[in-house]
Design a protein around this ligand. Structure first.
Ligand SMILES: Cc1ncc(COP(=O)(O)O)c(C=O)c1O
Length: 372
């Protein structure tokens, strides 16, 4: 069996030892420590942990007070959470098509879809391949917020500019299969103080002080509620698992790059396979190993690999083809995303993927095309 994903947590390490002996199990000093690590790593003034990317995003969109006429542009090819979070706020999703080579949001299509109601644009660093947020920022009006979906990228630079530099908010996911994980979790980084304060309060039922900040030097600090909120804060239990992973990520990222290149070199020998194009000048993260094959072969190839116990999946079916969105947003016209959604499959990819597993995957795909 070749697993789709294997996490990199150390079996013998007791990540929770200090947390369990402290009085804080919910958001407390460990969350603060992780937030400080993130601020430093990405050179941002504020970091707020959340219990998922999805809930982090909802807390940002609530802080922006979107109205039903407001529009949020997202790429059509991404995880459905990107559209769902907009629906949750009552605003309107606008789908931009993807670039046929990189599979990232097509900048020109995105610019065409900007209207007077556009409030937010949410590019996605799909598969870890960095979208050029700088170019987008230069071409749009100042009152449009950019939220970078960095669920697939925990490191990267574009023309020497680190990930997150040109956006208002950058949001990470620490979901089970992500580069860094605590099972479920997420984080927001930003330089906006007022929004950061608002998001923190929204993420804790609208309270002005979380439990951790309500008792200082044996004094009770009163709290109030100015806006409603919900519950999207991360616990210290989850955050404890993140500390070492964040510190060690540059080492992991290097290993992943080596494995990715080796894998790509091997599979490049099969002419029926295509890969999303990478821009040569950027330092990037590697998350997922997507390949494209002709539509007529895709599902049969998935079946063949699953039969051989090689676990693969699809990332992602175009959101514009998903029932709810197809019905609600008629004909959003994203043909490239829709095509890629029918051609794409993701192969096993993680830091523990072995050379012999890469070879087996290559041989099985080759066998499939030799027969078909
Ligand atoms: C591109 C993208 N955005 C957002 C998310 C949502 O992340 P979470 O599961 O942490 O809410 C995912 C999750 O897989 C994703 O792939």
């Amino acid at each position: 069996m070749i697993s789709f994903y294997k996490h990199n947590l150390k079996k013998n390490k007791n990540y929770l030892k200090d947390t369990i002996s402290s009085p804080y199990l919910t958001s407390g000093p460990v969350c603060e420590k992780v937030e400080n690590l993130l601020k430093k790593k990405f050179n941002k003034k504020f970091a707020i942990l959340s219990n998922s990317w999805t809930n982090g995003l909802i807390s940002i969109l609530l802080s922006l007070e979107l109205k039903p006429k407001d529009e949020v542009i997202i790429p059509a090819c991404t995880f459905v959470a990107c559209a769902n979070v907009v629906e949750m706020t009552g605003a309107k999703v606008v789908f931009a098509d993807i670039d046929p080579k990189t599979k990232l949001m097509d900048l020109n299509d995105c610019l065409k879809k900007i209207s007077k109601n556009t409030k937010v644009i949410m590019p996605v660093h799909l598969y870890g391949n960095l979208f050029n947020t700088y170019k987008l920022r230069k071409k749009i009006r100042k009152n449009i917020f950019i939220i970078e979906d960095s669920a697939h990228a925990f490191c990267g630079e574009y023309n020497n500019n680190p990930l997150g530099k040109f956006s208002d908010f950058t949001v990470f996911s620490f979901y089970a299969t992500k580069s860094i994980t605590c099972g479920e979790g997420g984080a927001i980084i930003t330089n906006h103080k007022s929004y950061s304060d608002k998001i923190r309060s929204i993420s804790n039922n609208g309270m002005t002080k979380p439990a951790f900040k309500r008792f200082v030097n044996n004094k009770y600090i009163p709290w109030d509620v100015y806006n409603y909120g919900f519950k999207s804060n991360l616990s210290d239990i989850n955050a404890s698992i993140l500390v070492d992973q964040i510190r060690e990520y540059s080492k992991i990222a290097k290993q992943k790059k080596i494995i990715f290149k080796k894998f790509k070199k091997e599979l490049s020998k099969i002419p029926q396979i295509s890969f999303p194009t990478e821009k040569p000048n950027k330092y990037r993260d590697y998350y997922l190993f997507p390949i494209g094959v002709k539509k007529k072969f895709r599902d049969k190839l998935i079946e063949h690999l699953l039969k051989k116990k090689i676990f693969v999946t699809v990332n992602f079916n175009s959101i514009t083809r998903l029932n709810y969105y197809k019905k609600k947003y008629k004909k959003p016209m994203c043909p490239i995303s829709e095509n890629w959604g029918l051609e794409q499959l993701s192969l096993p990819f993680h830091v523990k993927l072995k050379d012999n597993e890469i070879k087996t995957i290559y041989l099985e795909i080759k066998k499939f095309f030799d027969k078909n």
